[in-house]
Design a binder for this molecule. Structure first.
Ligand code: G6P
Length: 368
């Protein structure tokens, strides 16, 4: 066990640091001439992806958060309507079937009972063809779906999912590109996105260098009972994933909000005892997010801002800025995930929890 972890104290840390390699594996052999190969989705993909006019994503936990990111991509880039739902709700809701909707089930293990049952329910109801985005080739989900796109993250031992999530995101971006190409909505953009995908391993390697800085920041969370994570747009689900990581392994209550909803409740909770983490890339929503953060600041909240550049706000004792550097907008959600994983890890380490096997949680939930 110690051998497999190598120099790392926990599997989770090892798996965080494996991400540059894992993402390179995800892309391996799936790109040609700056285009995503449709064959990556299986031999039948060419035919099965015909007449897809909508996407229904189904998943649980961290995999569900990957699906939420994909909705922003699929609607804005491939211009197809996309719904995302947790499997345990989808399977009992009696959703209206759309035979032209591609059903995308995302699961690291491929054995999550609700996700499997939801796939069978979607088939029974008459939804369109299904695609499993999965990390275990021989899993029940991979066998049940019409198409499979393996994430190729390698075995993930830590209960809190890390490399499975970022490789799922990359697979979903590949899917977006393929659907967008078919729908005639991305043309020249495909090259730009594919090049950004290729740059991911190097970009993530640089972001892992934030480890020491984040280790220091983690000290400021260790004695807190609550935290708020804020994001907007495609980075809102990344804030949700950051909050989930923190609660899973540090047992600190963490909640994520789309920053535009601050005034509708969470602002009442803001005080010096509740750190506020903001995922704040320089995208079209940054100005709006900044004004949300000013409100937190004005109410005495302690801010930790993850941003491309320090210039986003004046730093102070109450405003800590963690600089990620320039990042292409299409891969930005993947990049911003890394420092949030490190934050959760270091907070848990200080609190002395069982990082790889948090209490009450299982790696794979195979019963309802
Ligand atoms: C459990 C794990 C999570 C995971 C979720 C879904 O809750 O602890 O890390 O995200 O199940 O698992 P799946 O294998 O379907 O992605």
């Amino acid at each position: 066990d110690a051998v497999e972890r190598g120099e790392f104290r926990h599997y989770m840390l090892k798996e965080i640091f494996e991400q540059p390699h894992a993402l390179a594996e995800t892309l391996e052999g799936r790109i040609h001439n700056d285009q995503i190969l449709e064959a990556a989705f299986g031999a039948n993909a060419h035919h099965l992806l015909d007449e897809i006019y909508a996407v229904q994503i189904i998943a649980c936990g961290t995999s569900y958060h990957a699906g939420l990111v994909a909705r922003y991509w699929i609607e804005s880039l491939a211009k197809l309507p996309c719904s995302v739902e947790v499997a345990s709700e989808f399977r009992y809701r009696q959703p209206l079937p759309n035979p032209n909707a591609l059903v995308v089930c995302i699961s690291q293990s491929g054995e999550t009972a609700d996700t499997l049952a939801a796939l069978h329910e979607a088939k029974r109801l008459g939804f369109g063809p299904s695609l499993a985005i999965c990390n275990v080739p021989e899993s029940a989900l991979a066998r049940a779906a019409d198409m499979v796109l393996m994430t190729r993250a390698g075995p993930e031992i830590g209960v809190a999912s890390t490399k499975a999530f970022t490789t799922q995101l990359l697979c979903l971006l590949m899917l977006t590109v393929v659907l967008g190409r078919r729908n005639g909505t991305i043309s020249e953009l495909e090259k730009v996105i594919v090049r950004a995908m290729r740059s991911l391993p190097d970009q993530l390697q640089k972001l892992l260098e934030l480890n020491q800085e984040i280790k220091q920041i983690a000290e400021e969370f260790a004695d807190k009972h609550h935290t708020l994570f804020l994001g907007r747009g495609v980075h809102y689900p990344i804030a949700m994933e950051g909050a989930l990581k923190l609660k899973e392994i540090s047992y600190i209550h963490a909640e994520a909000y789309p920053a535009g909803e601050l005034k509708h409740g969470p602002l009442a909770l803001v005080d010096a005892d509740m750190p506020v983490v903001a995922v704040a890339p320089n995208d079209t929503l940054q100005e709006k997010l900044k004004s949300n953060l000013e409100e937190v600041h004005a109410r005495g909240g302690q801010l930790f801002i993850f941003a491309n550049h320090r210039a986003i706000m004046q730093g102070s004792d109450f405003v800590k800025i963690i600089e990620l550097g320039e990042i292409n907008e299409y891969i930005s959600p993947i990049a911003y995930t890394i420092p949030l994983q490190l934050l959760a890890y270091h907070v848990a380490l200080i609190r002395g929890t069982d990082v790889d096997k948090p209490r009450n949680l299982a790696k794979s939930v195979t019963v309802e």
